[in-house]
Design a protein around this ligand. Structure first.
Ligand code: NAI
Length: 690
């Protein structure tokens, strides 16, 4: 079917339906058929009109990103946006009272479409999400979103929603004034029809409270809100991501000079952004992430369902993983050494759940159900029925082996055992096991509830069904899962450790601690390497470096072992590469003393050296088969480690820089040694993406 207009008992209905697709993604064809349906509605003279979707759990998901991703010339983009803006203008100016009946995702263009209606009724379903998440993709709303959203919910809320790329649940959207009613999914059409029949056309108020409206309509008050948003956006985007500032500009122009000027501005700014490398990289990352849901299972058999998840070690990581499992609908059994440790783990998981409920991720009843799925004991009682057990005890190989053998004594033969080790080879953890094939790695990132990546480690003789089960469990927990082969440090820890090691070598040459960190943060890493080492803790850092160093090329960095020897532990101990006093952080002069160097300005480019160390190691992982694909390498680096997203990941970075990258590596290899000799795939000039 296609998008159509129907009339029943005086009420019009536009049913949005993109032919031959599971979801409604906006492309020029859909916009055109929607425009025709609106014209038909106008001609029919109906006084009430609802706009619905023919898709299950999906209203309008947003723009077809393949269309945006290929844009190189702004002119046709502006043309397409104007067409969409005109259609929504047509909808907004219909004489009928219009109501969007939102049954599922109404994101980006879908949200804008709903905003062009007078009223919005949403289904209280888990699939329902509404918002303008364009900024996250390096774009801005440009079918009236920067204009109609502030006019509806007020400028302050609109700025927050757009700049943070919020996707609101039905209840949150109701509270924010973005939807007007939330009803049971089965009652959606009836409720929307009722509203369309009974309510008048509506003029947007600019917020619910007088204060919100003042902020929206009074220039001096508005300037405060806009300035505040702009300062925050500049700090957060570090000048690397232009979209937030453009969104603010479009909102500002629209409220100051009127809707027509605002629409014109958002179209022009969108076209600028849509033809930029940054947006293309961010869109590609999203599309790669979506594809990965399927591709994670490449060459794997069907997974086994996980109904009961066991966790051994209910500490920082274990309790986070337990909560993620319970959110995914699994029953979770926790085990730690004594009752207080179990209780602490359960409390952490409960607190995380309550926190998420407060933020509107799920409602209170759902939060209670999640907590109800968690239980624990200081022994393995209840584990006999577990389908998957994840161990997150201390990072000691002997302890982990002991845990595996204790588990094997009680588990079913087909239950999977996963280690959350951050670096130890899984084959080592599994050594001595009765059934070593069922032991895999599930490397989560901290904090578990926020970090989107899971690195599943497949040992050489592992049972593929065990690997598949770990992948499926990770996806159920909402993670993007990459599958890597078993080697010290796997992929993520190895590349990160290599870059950290290079940073330590820079230090030994006398480059200043804060200089390295600041350069890397300006380049787009969330924190610089020395700050990160201090956060992780130097003892853990040394342990990881020792584990990963087996395959290392070049000199062994001395900094971390020297600091550990001198009793410096990092942030928790009050001093590491920095000294910590209250909130203050200053570079620790002791470090230079220990290394026997005096700090001096860097020679050469710090960022280039560290980035190329990372990219070259990632490429070696591909050569060695630690990585299955460049896409998994890019996802792992960006989602797990914070590799600057606007660069798309090490392999996209390599594609973008081709010959120049090879030459830089050769130059660094001449100056610094063979660790910079281009990995085979880089040397051969392989293109990683078509
Ligand atoms: P943690 O110290 O917070 O938790 C470890 C827990 O294991 C403690 O509650 C401890 O009582 C318990 N435990 C020790 N021996 C046990 C035994 N025999 N049986 C049952 N429970 C036992 O440590 P954290 O940070 O949660 O790390 C756990 C694992 O996760 C380590 O292997 C670590 O390398 C890995 N990891 C840590 C990350 C992090 O950022 N902290 C990130 C990724 C992996």
């Amino acid at each position: 079917m296609t998008t159509r207009f129907e009339e029943r008992e005086g009420v019009g209905r536009i049913v949005i339906d993109r032919p031959d697709d599971r979801i409604n993604a906006l492309d020029p064809a859909l916009v055109q058929s929607f425009g025709e349906a609106i014209r038909a509605a106008r001609a029919s003279g109906v006084k009430a009109l609802i706009v619905t979707s023919a898709k299950k759990d999906n209203f309008v998901a947003g723009a077809d990103l393949d269309f945006v991703r290929l844009a190189t010339d702004p002119a046709p983009v502006i043309e397409a946006l104007r067409a969409m803006q005109r259609v929504l203008d047509d909808l907004a100016t219909l004489p009928a009272t219009t109501v969007a009946a939102i049954n599922g995702a109404a994101l980006g263009g879908g949200c804008e479409l709903a905003l062009a209606c007078d009223w919005r009724v949403a289904a209280d379903s888990p699939a329902m999400r509404i918002g303008q998440p364009e900024v996250q993709l390096g774009l801005i709303p440009a079918a009236g979103g920067t204009q109609r959203l502030p006019r509806l919910v007020g400028v302050a809320s609109a700025l927050e929603m757009i700049l943070a790329s919020r996707r609101l649940t039905a209840r949150r959207a109701l509270r924010a004034g973005l939807v007007d009613e939330v009803v049971h999914p089965a009652a959606l059409e009836r409720a929307a029809t009722d509203v369309a029949r009974r309510r008048p056309k509506r003029k947007a108020q600019g917020g619910k409270t007088p204060a919100e409206r003042a902020m929206t309509w009074l220039a001096p008050a508005r300037r405060i809100a806009i300035d505040r948003a702009r300062t925050k956006a500049i700090v957060e985007s570090r000048g690397l991501y232009p979209a937030p500032l453009k969104a603010i500009e479009a909102i500002e122009v629209g409220l100051r000079d009127g809707m027509a000027a605002g629409l014109e501005t958002e179209a022009r700014l969108f076209a600028e952004l849509a033809t930029s490398d940054t947006a293309h990289q961010l869109i590609d990352l999203l599309l790669t992430t979506l594809r990965q849901r399927r591709e994670a299972f490449d060459d794997l058999p069907a997974p086994r369902p996980v109904r009961l998840l066991g966790i051994v070690g209910a500490g920082f990581m274990g309790s986070g993983i337990a909560q993620a499992g319970a959110v995914a609908g699994m029953h979770v059994r926790l085990r730690d050494i004594d009752a207080p440790a179990v209780a602490r783990g359960l409390k952490t998981a409960t607190d995380l759940t309550a926190d998420a409920a407060r933020k509107g991720v799920f409602d209170r009843r759902e939060a209670q159900r999640i907590v109800g799925r968690l239980s624990g004991a200081p022994d393995l009682s209840g584990f006999a029925r577990a389908d998957l057990v994840i161990e997150a005890v201390f990072e000691e190989i002997g302890l982990k082996r002991r845990v595996v053998s204790e588990l094997e004594a009680v588990l079913r033969d087909d239950a999977v055992i996963a280690s959350n080790t951050s670096a130890l080879p899984i084959a080592e953890v599994a050594r001595g096991a009765r059934r070593p094939g069922r032991v895999v790695g599930m490397h989560f990132f901290s904090p578990v509830h926020r970090m989107p990546l899971l690195e599943v480690v497949a040992p050489a003789n592992g049972d593929p069904a065990a690997v598949a089960t770990a992948v499926a469990a990770g996806e159920a927990m909402g993670k993007t899962v990459i599958v890597v082969h078993d080697a010290p440090g796997f992929y993520t820890t190895r590349t990160l450790a290599t870059m950290m090691g290079e940073a330590a070598l820079l230090l030994e040459e006398g480059v200043r601690i804060d200089e390295v960190d600041e350069a890397m943060e300006r380049f787009g890493w969330p924190v610089g390497p020395f700050r990160l080492m201090d956060e992780v803790g130097l003892v853990v850092g040394k342990h990881v470096a020792d584990t990963v160093s087996a395959g290392r090329i070049g000199p062994t960095p001395r900094a971390v072992p020297l600091l550990v020897q001198a009793g410096l532990q990092g942030k928790r101990g009050g001093a590491g590469f920095y000294k910590y006093e209250g909130k203050k952080r200053t570079p620790n002069a002791r470090v230079y003393e220990l290394l026997g160097v005096s700090a001096r300005p860097p020679h050469g480019d710090v960022v280039e050296r560290l980035t190329l160390a990372f990219v070259n190691e990632a490429a070696r992982c591909l050569d060695e088969g630690v990585l299955r694909s460049p896409a998994e390498g890019d996802l792992g680096a960006v989602l797990g480690l914070g590799f600057p997203p606007y660069l798309g990941g090490p392999f996209r970075y390599a594609d973008a820089n081709g010959e120049a990258l090879r030459n830089s590596l050769r130059r660094l290899a001449n100056a610094l040694g063979e660790r910079f000799t281009p990995a085979d795939c880089l040397r051969d000039g392989r293109r990683f993406y078509q």
